[in-house]
Design a protein around this ligand. Structure first.
Ligand code: IVH
Length: 681
């Protein structure tokens, strides 16, 4: 059956509409419809093409991916060579460039097309009769690699041009970049999968574009920005660079929205400074600004020298990456006890800022980089991100370079440093005792949802710590009025108020108290669950991993963190002093499901000396147990008094545990304490 005419028309209409929305989204940066609607259009087109395969064309928006992996890349000769740019590193060098241009042209002032210099990979994209035919890398400028299937996966590259009037052969050139956000996300994903991460967005873009399997490229967040053109046949382009770029935009080619025409060298420098201000806010990395003589006839008069045009220059920003030496590696203790290795560097200017430290994240990262004390390294700083080490210059490694070892003891407080299984971060177990963690711990302890001590804010905590008045949270409860009034901005009245608030905080709940202790992994909800499960602090302190893991939401990691906290003698001591200071909470009232013997089944047999059978039954039921009359495998305990009956024999036969009267009494006693749980049978 041949394709019905209305299907043919619908397919064409869908393609036009999708292309139009791509144009609005990528070129004009003004999307009109939500993503979901766009997806619906795509799906409808895909369905129609699946049903009528003869309608599929290579420029259909559905045909971006699909190519199979290749053996290698073919070669592409650039008929118009892809040259490079001369650099200018100072205002003076830009002045020199402008002077040379004006002198050669014999003019007073030149208009320049100014635009960001994107830090990515140069590519050439050839359209024949408006349809994308070939995409290539720059290579050595004369010969590049054929990466057509990969280029096709980039959504901001149109598979066919919009409108009409384009030259039958039109080669556009530009930069493929990976936006900063996409780069961070890609590295996060790679790290999660245990695969290699990329040093910077440029490397990530290059690595993604040079994949033999275009399906991998398709999954990478790449974008294309056109900055010029190469081969043009059978058409005439306008006479200024800026006008050509505007025309390319109309044809659906994405150009950089930051591009401007500026007047003279002053215009160039003003543009440079304005863009430098915004450098960190741009979605992609730029390493400078490019100025191009706008008039193309003037470009032609200026011509080329060596492999760079005389009519353009790249005015570079201070680099985001520099080389320096690792003087030492130390560890820093953060407020949660996280122990982070930090490289102390020979100070170096990176992107206009002096960098003398770089984070090494964690032990695994040090191993991955194989960075040693004394090494030469590449440091990178981008935006507000903490400077980090990208790589080691192995060829420069000195003979005496030393391997770093994570300390076993916290350099601040001497407590053990532990690294839990499955965690990348090592932590100081010093908790409340560690000076580095103390201030934050005190603040957290006093915070509204913890002990709720009104008036004990940041500034006061800092003062109290400095003066040595509060070294740990227990010290809060020995503060005296005379200590307080001696502090800055602390009158009698505020001292009284603070002391009253401290006094009031003594009456709290177990859940708040546990949360206030700031145990790693124990947030408000977990503190509540622990309080409900254990009912008493003593029981929680003594609980083993297995029992901790019975608490809702407590897994092995949380359980181990709780154990580590209570194992640390300093923490136990602080807790004891807090309790001695008078912190207390009501014994929890229990709900049926939480009674100590809930879910346990008992059978009574024989006579007890101190109580009737009914009394014994009532005592068990009060504690949540069920009392039945016959023994089965499901019975948890058989209480055996004097002269027991056949139930005793049955219990022995089935292996059900039995309790004599003494054991029974001990059990009742235990199960009447708050938080008590029956030991497992
Ligand atoms: S114009 C003949 N404009 O910089 C000059 N290049 O160092 C053609 N680049 O290989 C280049 N942004 O990859 C031009 N706005 C821009 C650019 C740009 C980045 C790259 C391009 C080129 C290299 C030259």
């Amino acid at each position: 059956m041949s394709v019905p005419e209305e299907v043919r028309r619908r397919v064409e209409a869908l393609r036009r509409e999708i292309d139009h929305h791509n144009y609005l989204y990528y070129v004009l940066d003004q999307p009109e419809i939500p993503d979901a609607e766009y997806d619906r259009l795509m799906r409808e087109l895909q369905e129609l093409e699946a049903r009528w395969p003869e309608l599929v064309t290579s420029d259909s928006p559905t045909q971006r991916v699909g190519a199979q992996p290749r053996e290698g890349f073919g070669e592409v000769r650039h008929e118009v060579p892809m040259l490079s740019l001369n650099n200018a590193f100072s205002d003076e060098e830009v002045h020199d460039f402008d002077r040379r241009v004006r002198e050669r042209l014999g003019v007073d002032r030149v208009d320049y097309a100014a635009e960001p210099k994107l830090d990515g990979l140069a590519v050439s994209i050839l359209y024949r009769n408006g349809v994308l035919e070939r995409g290539a890398t720059r290579g050595d400028g004369y010969t590049g690699e054929d990466i057509t299937p990969n280029i096709r996966t980039i959504r901001s590259v149109p598979l066919r041009l919009r409108g009409g009037g384009w030259p039958p052969v039109l080669e556009v050139r530009g930069e493929v970049v990976m936006p900063k956000a996409g780069f961070e996300e890609l590295n996060r994903r790679q790290r999660e999968k245990g695969e290699k991460t990329f040093a910077n967005p440029r490397n990530a873009a290059a690595g993604s574009l040079r994949q033999l399997d275009p399906r991998i490229t398709a999954g990478r967040p790449l974008e294309f920005y056109c900055y010029g053109w190469g081969l043009v046949e059978g058409g005439v382009l306008p006479g200024r660079h800026s006008e050509v770029m505007a025309r390319l935009r109309e044809w659906g080619i994405r150009t950089n929205a930051e591009a401007r025409v500026v007047h003279g060298v002053e215009g160039c420098l003003a543009y440079y400074r304005a863009l430098q201000e915004r450098r960190d806010d741009l979605p992609y990395e730029i390493d400078g600004v490019v100025y191009k003589v706008d008039r193309i006839d003037w470009q032609e008069r200026l011509g080329y020298v060596a492999r760079a045009p005389r009519w353009a220059v790249a005015h570079k920003f201070p680099a985001h990456e520099e080389m320096t030496r690792v003087l030492d590696i130390e560890v820093q203790v953060g407020r949660t006890g996280a122990v982070t290795p930090v490289a102390r560097l020979e100070p170096v200017q990176v992107g206009g800022v002096t960098v003398s430290n770089a984070t090494l994240h964690n032990e695994d990262e040090i191993k991955r980089l194989d960075v040693r004390i004394g090494d030469w390294v590449i440091v990178r700083r981008a935006g507000d991100v903490i400077p980090e080490i990208v790589s080691v210059v192995k060829s420069r490694r000195p003979k005496d370079a030393r391997v770093f070892r994570m300390p076993e003891k916290c350099p601040v407080c001497g407590s053990r440093i532990v690294r839990l299984e499955g965690e990348a971060i090592a932590r100081c177990t010093g908790g409340l005792f560690c000076r580095a963690q103390r201030r934050e711990a005190i603040r957290h302890f006093a915070s509204r949802r913890a002990m709720d001590i009104e008036g004990l804010g940041d500034k006061l905590v800092a003062q109290l710590d400095e003066k040595g008045l509060v070294r740990d949270v227990a010290d809060i409860y020995s503060l005296r009025k005379e200590d307080l009034v001696a502090l800055e901005r602390m009158g009698e009245k505020s001292a009284d108020n603070l002391l009253a608030a401290i006094e009031k905080s003594k009456s709290t709940t177990l859940a708040r108290f546990l949360y206030a202790l700031g145990i790693r992994q124990v947030g408000e909800a977990t503190a509540q669950a622990l309080a409900e499960h254990f009912g008493s602090l003593e029981r929680l302190e003594q609980a083993g991993l297995e029992e901790l893991e019975q608490v809702p939401d407590v897994g092995p990691v949380v359980a181990e963190s709780i154990r580590a906290f209570f194992r640390e003698p300093h923490n136990r001591q602080v807790i004891r002093r807090l309790l001695e200071a008078g912190i207390h909470w009501p014994a929890p009232r229990r709900q049926a499901g939480e009674l100590p013997l809930a879910g346990k089944t008992f059978v009574l047999t024989g006579a007890l000396s101190g109580m009737t059978r009914d009394e014994a039954k009532a005592a068990l039921e009060e504690r949540g147990a069920r009392v039945t009359s016959s023994v089965s495998k499901k019975t948890d305990y058989v209480v055996v008094g004097a002269d027991p009956g056949s139930k005793y024999d049955k219990a022995l036969a089935l292996g059900v545990p039995t309790l004599d009267e003494d054991a029974f009494r001990r059990l009742l006693e235990q199960a009447s304490e708050p938080g008590a749980r029956m030991p497992e049978a």
